[in-house]
Ligand binder design. Structure first.
Ligand code: NOJ
Ligand code: CA
Length: 679
């Protein structure tokens, strides 16, 4: 740096630092309750703070960047308002939790300058929260820009808030139970992370529109702060970009109550509109599959006596699905590469050739004839190079077969090595490993979505990148795992009863989840075996409503549904696409009740779940339209308990209208499900 340039920056900093009036900008939500304030301090550091209804939510928090190949952009800055506007529009989802979404915000575009370079900050303030992002233009950097740190902070005003968080940078990605703790105990967390303040306000920190950038995790700091940390690539660089680009939105969703938090559409609103045009080929639905049998050890992915994916077994499933009017059939283990240690042998996977016992062409034909959507599966074991080499050819084949749905998977890690997933061959032959939530993998997942969309294929991604609302822009990015799902009940120490009462407020603030509920045979290995599902059956039914997914799996084996056809009726009735979704009540880790109206229908479905505590819920049917409805209630029996008596269930029919109320008892680890059908 020349002396002149240094002097210039110092002068600007001084001006920015003392000119208090001109260096403070603020913008409020349309209802004027949420405010975002931007200030420049003595050193010319730019900080923001947030309040809601006069209560401070975020204290002064830093903005800015450090680069590996350029000067930091953090101090010596001045700010200038460039543009402001208000937007109020309503857009339609092709599928989703609700058909219409209102997008209403006040926006400011602010230029930050160090006297030489400028960087724009776009701020949108909604009634339900705040999003801001950095916008780089070409003049900022000559060549490739290497971000070594994004300095965004979230200094939580109420240090005594309780936090639900998921430790980041771990071997099994997002597949852990959430921790509930004081703010000070947060080490490094994935987002969404949700706080409940001592004044019972709810705050969810996340990001929207994560494209060609590393995902943000939150690192706890000594003073109750949470600092953005971008996930590093193998060489320590966090993000590499050329040309103009925008970062993802940094988001704070704010609710005065738990249900207000759950009603937020802000993450979707911060994404770009649908880029795919006509997506009428994407149809939400309920699917079953050759899947759970593998997880409980009855079947195998590998060829041999237990092979699940055979032509005859596939036909048996398709017949069952068709007979009961469900929508889709998933088959795993249909292709080459599963024999031996499939996690280690990622490069053995072949995505265009079926195992010798599975006639792919015939099954595609058979499914179509039976009006069942075939969902093929591609497990990559993190062998991203192997997958990308075959991707276009494989997707071409699936398109030719008339397949519109693909489940992908990225199990895998390199033993003992701190980076996981995705073998990436360097020009010198070295293989390096990347986190599944760094920029390299973000781009891989996006490539899969874009290539699939070209061929009218929708994706259900397992071991994915977390959702950030991209389903608005790419509606074929239908659903994904990215959670400790039902599979953990099959072969690990399982999920605690509270787990699914935490998910709506955390993981699902980001988007739909392929959790795979609906298992009836809760003690599938017998009463003595520790492997079991820690819920009642009524709760398994309720999860079909509470845990929204446009492709919703009914995960159990056909024989277990055959045995309980009266309960299976709910799975046959419940849809996976909604006109409206109303969170009725709940609290993080305690309980959740949702009422959802079926898309293009007068019918409603209600699901309620509780943690390990029994509780009563007073359901008010005032969400119904005028008229009479037949409600079928599937509830826990009086003696039900996830631990001692999980199968005790009562089914009742009752006439209801929008004046009706109903008291419902949920057992420990229990819940209830109701179909409410218009007369
Ligand atoms: C993990 C996925 O979550 C699961 O659904 C799948 O069956 C296995 N990987 C095998 O691909
Ligand atoms: Ca998984």
């Amino acid at each position: 740096m020349t002396l002149n340039k240094f002097f210039f920056i110092a002068v600007i900093a001084l001006l920015a630092g003392c000119a208090d009036q001109s260096s403070t900008l603020s913008v409020s939500s349309p209802d004027e309750q949420v405010s975002f304030v931007l200030q420049v301090n003595q050193q010319g550091g730019v900080h923001y703070s947030v309040s809601k209804s006069g209560e401070q939510i975020i204290n002064q928090s830093q903005l800015g960047f450090r680069f590996a190949n350029a000067e930091s952009f953090a101090n010596g800055l001045s700010v200038r308002l460039i543009e402001e506007r208000t937007v109020d529009e309503t857009w339609e989802q092709p599928w989703g939790e609700r058909q219409f979404v209102r997008n209403h915000y006040s926006e400011q575009l602010v230029e930050l300058s160090d006297g030489i370079r400028t960087l724009d900050l776009r701020i949108r303030v909604f009634d339900d929260g705040i999003g801001f992002r950095y916008e780089f233009d070409e003049q900022f950097h000559d060549s490739e820009l290497l971000i070594s740190d994004e300095l965004t902070q979230f200094n939580i005003a109420d240090r005594n808030s309780q936090v639900h968080w998921l430790k980041a940078l771990q071997k099994d990605r997002y597949e852990y139970e959430y921790t509930r703790s004081d703010l000070d105990a947060v080490s490094v967390s994935h987002t969404p992370l949700t706080l409940k303040t001592t004044s019972d306000r709810y705050i969810t920190i996340h990001e929207a529109a994560l494209i060609d950038y590393s995902s943000m995790v939150l690192r706890g700091s000594a003073n109750g702060g949470l600092n953005a940390e971008l996930v590093a690539a193998y060489d320590g660089i966090k993000v590499r970009r050329t040309g103009a680009f925008n970062t993802p939105w940094r988001t704070l969703q704010l609710g005065d109550s738990a249900t207000q938090l759950l009603s937020s559409n802000m993450v979707l609103n911060l994404n770009e509109p649908n880029k795919l045009g006509d997506v009428s080929w994407i149809k939400p639905g309920i699917y079953m599959g050759i899947w759970w049998g593998m997880h409980i050890g009855e079947n195998s992915w590998a060829t041999g006596p237990k092979l699940g994916a055979t032509t005859s077994e596939a036909k048996r499933y398709i017949d069952f699905i068709s007979e009961h009017g469900l929508d889709g059939f998933l088959v795993e283990g249909w292709n080459h590469g599963w024999d031996g240690d499939w996690i280690a042998n990622a490069n053995a996977f072949d995505f265009t050739h079926a195992n010798p016992f599975f006639d792919l062409l015939e099954i595609a034909r058979y499914a179509e004839a039976k009006n069942v959507e075939l969902i093929l599966h591609n497990e990559t074991s993190g062998g991203v190079g192997n997958y990308e080499r075959q991707m276009e050819q494989a997707y071409d084949l699936y398109q030719e077969l008339g397949v519109h749905y693909l489940k992908t998977g990225y199990v895998g890690f390199f033993n003992g090595y701190p980076r996981e997933l995705s073998d990436k061959m360097m020009s010198d032959g070295r293989v390096v490993y990347e986190w599944n939530h760094g920029q390299f993998m973000v781009n891989h997942y996006q490539k899969s979505i874009v290539e699939a969309a070209k061929r009218e294929i929708a994706i259900n991604m397992h071991e994915p990148i977390k959702p950030t609302g991209l389903r608005r822009t790419y509606p074929n990015f239908m659903t994904r795992e990215g959670v400790r799902g039902q599979e953990y009940n099959a072969w690990s120490d399982g999920n605690q009863p509270a787990h699914t009462t935490i998910l709506p407020f955390t993981r699902m603030m980001a988007g739909p989840v392929d959790f795979t509920p609906g298992v009836f045979d809760l003690l599938f290995k017998g009463e003595e075996d520790p492997s079991r599902i820690r819920t009642t059956i009524a709760k398994q039914l309720a999860l079909m409503v509470v845990l929204y997914s446009p492709l919703q799996m009914a995960a159990d084996l056909p024989r277990n549904y055959d045995e309980k056809l009266e309960l299976f009726q709910f799975i046959k009735d419940v849809p996976a696409d909604w006109q409206k979704s109303l969170p009725l009540d709940g609290d993080v880790g305690e309980f959740v009740v949702y009422a959802r109206q079926q898309r293009d229908s007068d019918n409603w479905f209600v699901g309620g779940i509780t943690n390990e505590q029994a509780r009563s819920f007073e359901l008010n049917f005032d969400f119904l339209d005028e008229g009479d409805y037949l409600a079928t209630l599937y509830r826990d029996g009086a003696d039900a308990d996830w631990q001692s008596n999980p199968y005790s269930t009562v089914i009742e029919s009752l006439e209801v209208n929008n004046q009706s109320t109903l008291g419902i008892d949920m057992a420990p680890g229990g819940g209830f499900a109701i179909s409410v059908i218009k007369r």
